[in-house]
Design a protein around this ligand. Structure first.
Ligand code: GUN
Length: 292
C-alpha cells in the first residue's frame, strides 16, 4: 500500500489564505509587510529558491527587495547592506540566502541581522529562545514548516519516538528542539554522520525527519511499518532522460512509500512549507514592529 501524501503545497495554501487576512489588516493600519532578500553569487539552486520567495511575496501583497551581489563581493560590503537594512524602518524582515561564498563568515554575517527582523530564525537570540522552550518567537522556517505540516495532517507526536537525520543549524537541530518541545512532546534522537547503524536507529522511529542532503539515502528497510516520514532533502541528481539533464531527489528513497503511513513528496512537500513559514515570519515581524 502507498503512504498518504503529506501535501506541503495544500498546507501552504491554507497558511497563505490565513496570512492574506493579516496582510489586509496591516495594510488598513498603513503598513505593508516588507521582506529584503540578499543573495551573493550565482548558485543556480539558490537563485531558484530566492525567486520563489520573491514570487510568493508578490502573490500575497508583501513588498520585497531583492539584493543580488556578485560572488566576489567582500564581507565588509555585505555587512554594510545588512546594517543598512537593520536601520530601514520600512523593512520588517531580512534574509541572507545560504550558502554564502566560502570566503565569507556566514554565521558572523547572519548574526548581524537584528533579531526582530531575523525572519530565518537563525540569530543566536532566536535560536536561544527555542532552546529555552520558548516557541513563540521567530522560528527557523523549514523546521516550523515540518511541524505545521504534521499538525495539519493530524499526526499526534506526544510520546512518540522521532528521529531527525542531520544536525544542521538550519534544519536538523531546530527540528529536534521543536519535536521535543512542550506541546509536541516527542522523544527525539538526532542521527548524524558519526552515528553507528543509522538504519537501526531509524527503524525504532514513529516519525523520521530526513535532512542530510544525500539523495535517496533513507531506504524502505530503515522504516518501521506505519511510520511518518518527512523528506527535507532537495538534491539535484543527473538524469540524462530529462531535457534539463537533472531531476530533484529527496533524502528518502521513493520505495519508502510502500512502508510508511505518511510521506512528504519532493517537490511539493517541505519546500512550499518553508516559504509559507517565511511569509508568516515576515507578517509577524511587521505586526510586531507596528505594535512596538
Ligand atoms: N538555504 C537553504 N535553506 C535556507 C533557508 O531556510 N534560509 C536561508 N537564508 N538560506 C537557505
Amino acid at each position: 500500500m502507498s503512504a498518504q501524501r503529506l501535501d506541503g503545497k495544500a498546507c501552504a495554501s491554507q497558511v497563505e489564505a490565513e496570512l492574506l487576512d493579516r496582510i489586509t489588516h496591516l495594510t488598513e493600519r498603513g503598513t505593508q509587510p516588507h521582506l529584503a532578500v540578499v543573495i551573493v553569487g550565482d548558485d543556480p539552486a539558490s537563485h531558484v529558491y530566492v525567486n520563489s520567495k520573491i514570487n510568493t511575496c508578490k502573490r500575497l501583497g508583501i513588498r520585497s527587495t531583492h539584493i543580488a551581489l556578485p560572488s566576489d563581493t567582500d564581507e565588509a560590503s555585505l555587512r554594510q547592506h545588512i546594517l543598512a537594512l537593520n536601520e530601514a524602518d520600512d523593512v520588517h524582515g531580512i534574509l541572507v540566502q545560504s550558502p554564502l561564498p566560502a570566503h565569507m563568515d556566514e554565521e558572523g554575517l547572519t548574526d548581524l541581522i537584528h533579531p526582530d527582523k531575523d525572519v530565518d530564525g537563525f540569530h543566536p537570540q532566536n535560536l536561544g529562545r527555542l532552546v529555552q522552550g520558548r516557541t513563540d518567537g521567530m522560528l527557523p522556517c523549514t523546521p516550523s514548516g515540518v511541524m505545521r505540516m504534521l499538525r495539519w495532517a493530524g499526526v499526534d507526536l506526544k510520546g512518540k519516538r522521532a528521529v531527525v537525520l542531520g544536525r544542521s543549524r538550519i534544519v536538523g537541530m531546530p527540528a529536534a528542539l521543536l519535536l521535543a518541545a512542550k506541546g509536541a512532546d516527542a522523544t527525539v534522537t538526532v542521527v548524524h554522520s558519526r552515528t553507528h547503524d543509522a538504519a537501526a536507529v531509524c527503524r525504532e522511529a514513529d516519525v523520521v525527519v530526513a535532512a542530510v542532503g544525500r539523495p535517496d539515502m533513507v531506504k524502505a528497510d530503515w522504516i518501521k511499518p506505519g511510520a511518518v516520514v518527512v523528506d527535507v532533502g532537495i538534491n539535484r541528481v543527473d538524469d540524462a532522460t530529462r531535457e534539463r539533464g537533472w531531476r530533484l531527489a529527496g533524502d528518502v528513497d521513493p520505495a519508502v512509500s510502500e512502508v510508511a503511513e505518511w510521506l512528504s513528496p519532493v517537490p511539493g512537500g517541505v519546500g512550499p512549507m518553508t516559504i509559507a513559514m517565511l511569509m508568516e515570519n515576515t507578517v509577524r515581524a511587521a505586526e510586531q514592529a507596528l505594535d512596538r
